[in-house]
Design a binder for this molecule. Structure first.
Ligand SMILES: Nc1nc2c(c(=O)[nH]1)N[C@H]1C(S)=C(S)[C@@H](COP(=O)(O)O)O[C@H]1N2
Ligand SMILES: [Mo]
Length: 198
């Protein structure tokens, strides 16, 4: 089966490098905890709940068997580094949204991660063609430190919104600040508008 390859439209912008950023060669690992444990994949479930018609609960095997795409996208961290052309593979979040059917007043999403990290974003970003739930990076299963078993990739926002170790997507009527957003980071985080902090 030929897997569709998407090049993110952010890579094709004339102002490809957002203001105040510089290119580096590989993403730097950032975590809010010192030690990431090995996750128990027997009990792992990916869940979607909140303002949806059909809440969803899937095993990792079920996610790996969903239609997937390859994505080439730049990666922009709010601490001013950017990496060109990271290759991901995973399920488009728009495919997940079609399954769960968001209610009309679902406007925001809060991502829940296995180590306790959370981050919020407008739901509209999960309808973008280049937003994925990724299980591969640079052609291999995502290394543990980069988000195994599943990570969100939202190229149009700063990388702190690209949550690693994701297990939950909670669809919300009102915006709820996640880990960094409670500490002054922007509720949206568009790199071209330099939405870094409040
Ligand atoms: N679960 C989780 N996801 C996270 C973070 C985190 O601490 N925990 N850090 C974020 C930040 S600030 C950045 S820049 C990227 C870094 O991705 P990397 O660690 O794969 O390089 O992950 C984001 N996703
Ligand atoms: Mo970051």
């Amino acid at each position: 089966m030929d897997r569709k390859r998407i090049v993110s439209d952010i890579n094709l912008r004339e102002d490809r490098l957002p203001p105040g950023q510089r290119w580096i060669s590989a993403p730097i690992v950032y975590d809010i905890v010192d030690h990431i444990p090995d996750w128990d994949m027997e009990s792992y479930r990916f869940k979607v709940w909140g303002e949806v018609e059909n809440p969803l609960e899937l095993t990792y095997t079920q996610i790996l068997s969903m239609p997937s795409v390859e994505l080439l996208a730049d990666f922009h961290c709010v601490t001013r580094w950017s990496v060109k052309d990271v290759l991901w593979e995973g399920v488009q979040t728009r495919y997940i949204l079609e399954l769960v059917k968001p209610k009309t007043h679902a406007n925001f999403v809060l991502l829940h991660c296995l180590e306790g990290y959370t981050t919020n974003l407008p739901l509209s970003y999960l309808w973008e063609e280049d937003s994925l739930l990724a299980f591969k990076m640079q052609g291999k299963p995502i290394p543990k430190e980069h988000g195994y078993p599943l990570r969100l990739v939202v190229p149009k926002l700063y990388a702190w919104k690209s949550a690693k170790y994701v297990w939950g997507m909670e669809l919300l009527r009102e915006d709820v600040p996640g880990f960094w957003e409670q500490r002054g980071y922007n509720m949206r985080g568009d790199p071209w508008r330099e939405e870094r902090y409040w």
